[in-house]
Ligand binder design. Structure first.
Ligand code: ADP
Ligand code: MG
Length: 707
């Protein structure tokens, strides 16, 4: 009897070559194999009589092998194996190329099932390369490759569906029954099959309905685990203690009044939600959502200053150095005169400013001391912030930009090893996630939403540019630049077959090279051919961090008019004078991403423009790009994107570690709700009653990383 953990290498008859190919699909254990679901099914369920075969039909026949022949075609350099099959109604021929070993399998006198395409050529009807199965005494329903719905798997080179199917059946037959970890009531209430049955049904369904039922079960399972995990995390966090940060409303009002602008209504609402939360002695866990430019940083800054006023520290993490620096500048610009020491730390630099805009470059060791002794209250940085050696005096708040999850353990470790206090947590995101998705995926976080832009911002004029209008667009851009404006140019990510394979990060490296190549080419084109008279600079992932900084700084000072960049390099810098966002290969980006790019312009007083260059004339492309033109805010757009492309594309499957099936399930609102109800019931009735479920939940949490 096999168990899920058993490596496939232990199964008799596995060749190293076969195993190596399976490994490419990340299939190494029985479990990996069984969770490698068919992508579709071929319907070979009707067994045809030979006399009824029609050209081009895909069919299964069942008959006896009357004769065979193996010959070599020297001219074409291949072997040809042929078999003549008879049933009660007639006879036909089947042909296989380069499979001489079939001579030993398909012997004369044997009864076989053949399934495949019926070909008609030169007055002759035959089956070309059909799947075959020696009929034993088993009933037809017991076959794997013929006479049924036949599973077709996502394949890799040299590994056929047939091979996987063959193995899947052996494994299923010999599998020690798996213990169901989902609550039986949950399955019953939703009419879903238990795990063992579901596995059979997904690999070898008798009907399409059976496979659908099984898939629904697995989708339900993902949604159930996801939400159960969130509920569990939420109730666990409620047991933890945090430092209460007193709501110094007066100081908050003072800070607001010192700003050169008035906060929008939803900024104020979000700020109060945060201030109220951090006053509690339980850790806040909040996601602040808001479009690019909606002013999230100010909210975090005021919160951090309120904490500083009580002598408490805030760690503010940005995903890139450029963004960390940008936040640091924003803090300095808006609140540099406040007493709290504000520091910047990246892998390469450390810098502090204290009241009255006094700025000091400090050595890293001194910087770390100043964090440790509490002199610096607000520490802005990249991941350098959470490296070993950074110790805080009284860390009470962690703010993270564009990264939704930051483990409770990570937070606790940051705070200090001795204190049992967990810092409050504020996550900020400009990725507009539809509400249904947000509460499913980030169900352990409370949501604050800024759904308006500061008043006075002019809507960005967005245009789709077809290849024929390119010259005209360039002309327009030139005119704007002549008026003193600046432009961003985003190059598309290059997708290729290789980038799909992501097992060891090689493809990522290769992709980076391609991206860089695309930027360099675009840079050459623009600087030499299109705008030789203008100053063009470029930004990409292969530049050193000083070079990136330099390039960004130059651009924001207006020393270059055009900045060509890859999509991966954050152009998250505030350059109010940049009014043009030109996106090459716009159809290759998700709407959410396009939306973010566009948000980089329209930050100043001048009218801004976004040009979407595309060669694609596909209907969905235009549908999507049009949605971008029409959407009032990011959330509305997100709903559209979700509708058009599905959640996989929307969130980026490769990044989440979420299985396909869960991604698709996220579109199924009914199922999400059903799973949530079940998860709630389970958590309310106490997880301890389900030890296996609890164990699975821990595994599940490690596998998913939504950031
Ligand atoms: P994001 O939400 O994208 O992080 P930021 O916090 O960077 O946005 O804000 C974008 C710009 O808008 C900054 O220059 C900021 O100072 C400014 N800003 C923020 N709130 C307002 C407001 N209520 N009115 C006018 N400008 C604002
Ligand atoms: Mg921001």
């Amino acid at each position: 009897m096999m168990t899920l953990e058993i490596p496939l290498a232990r199964i008799r008859g596995m060749t190293p070559r076969f195993l190596a190919r399976l490994k490419k699909l990340k299939i190494q254990t029985v479990k990996d194999l069984l969770w490698h679901f068919p992508s579709r099914y071929e319907d070979f369920s009707t067994v045809y009589q030979i006399a009824d075969l029609q050209p081009n039909q895909v069919a299964t026949i069942r008959g006896t092998i009357q004769d065979t022949s193996l010959r070599r075609s020297w001219r074409r350099g291949m072997t040809i194996f042929e078999a003549w099959i008879v049933d009660e109604t007639g006879s036909t021929r089947a042909v296989w190329f380069n499979q001489p070993y079939l001579r030993n399998v398909l012997r004369r006198g044997r009864t076989v099932n053949l399934a495949g395409k019926v070909v008609f050529s030169e007055d002759d009807l035959y089956m070309s390369n059909p799947a075959y199965e020696i009929a034993t005494n088993e009933a037809l329903g017991e076959t794997s490759h013929t006479g049924r719905l036949v599973p077709i798997y996502p394949e890799t080179r040299g590994l056929t569906s047939k091979g996987i199917r063959y193995l899947a059946r052996i494994v299923l037959k010999n599998l020690k029954p798996i213990q169901e970890h989902l609550p039986l009531e949950a399955l019953e209430e939703n009419g879903l099959p238990e795990i063992n049955k579901a596995l059979w049904q997904v690999h070898f369904p008798r009907t399409i309905e059976e496979s659908a039922e099984a898939r629904k079960r697995f989708a339900f399972e993902e949604l159930f685990m996801l939400q159960l995990g969130n509920f569990a995390a939420k109730s666990a966090l409620a047991e933890e203690k945090a430092t209460s940060i007193p709501s110094d409303i007066e100081y908050a009002r003072f800070l607001m009044a010192s700003l050169p602008f008035e906060l929008t209504f939803s900024q104020k609402r979000s700020l109060w939600e945060v201030i109220r939360d951090i006053a509690k002695a339980q850790p806040m866990n909040r996601l602040l959502q808001g479009d690019v430019g909606s002013g999230k940083t100010v909210i975090a800054a005021i919160t951090a200053l309120i904490a500083a006023k009580s002598g408490l520290q805030t760690a503010f993490m940005a995903p890139t150095e450029v963004l960390a620096r940008q936040h640091y500048f924003t803090f300095k610009k808006l609140f540099g005169s406040q007493e709290a020491g504000i520091g910047l730390i990246t892998a390469k630099e450390t810098e502090v400013c204290y009241g009255q805009n006094l700025e000091t470059e400090v050595k890293k060791t001194d910087f770390l001391k100043k964090i440790k002794n509490g002199e610096i209250k607000i520490i802005i940085g990249t991941h350098a912030l959470i490296q070993k050696g950074v110790g805080f005096e009284k860390l009470s708040l962690v703010v993270v930009d564009e990264q939704h999850r930051f483990g409770v353990q990570q937070r606790a470790a940051l705070a200090s090893s001795s204190s049992k206090l967990i810092p409050h947590f504020l996550s900020m995101s400009a990725t507009p996630i539809p509400r249904t998705l947000a509460i499913t995926i980030f169900g352990d976080l409370d949501l604050s939403t800024i759904d308006e832009l500061p008043s006075g911002r002019k809507p960005i004029v967005t245009k789709i540019v077809a290849p024929t209008n390119r010259t005209q667009a360039y002309k327009f851009i030139r005119e704007e630049i002549k008026k003193g404006r600046q432009a961003f140019v985003i190059c598309p990510r290059i997708e290729s077959a290789d980038t799909q394979i992501n097992a060891d990060g090689i493809a990522d490296k290769r992709r980076l090279l391609w991206d860089v190549k695309a930027v360099k080419e675009e840079y050459e084109k623009l600087s030499k051919k299109i705008f030789p008279d203008l100053r063009v600079s470029m930004l990409h992932g292969k530049l050193k961090s000083d070079e990136k900084k330099e390039t960004m700084l130059n651009f924001s000072r207006g020393e270059a008019e055009i900045l060509v960049s890859t999509s991966v390099v954050e152009v998250g810098v505030d350059v109010p004078n940049a009014t043009i966002m030109m996106i090459e290969g716009a159809d290759r980006f998700g709407l959410a991403q396009l939306y973010q790019f566009r948000g980089r312009v329209g930050r100043g007083e001048h009218q801004s423009f976004c040009f979407l260059f595309t060669d694609s004339s596909a209907k969905t492309t235009h549908q999507r790009l049009k949605a971008l033109m029409e959407a009032k805010n990011g959330f509305e757009l997100a709903e559209k994107d979700l509708e058009i492309r599905g959640p996989g594309q929307f969130l980026g499957e490769s990044q989440t570690g979420m299985p396909d099936i869960a991604m698709h399930a996220l579109q199924n609102i009914e199922l999400i709700k059903a799973a949530r109800d079940s998860a709630l019931k389970t958590i309310n009735s106490d997880l301890k009653k389900y030890p296996l479920l609890k164990k699975k939940l821990d595994e599940f949490k490690n596998q998913i990383h939504l950031e």
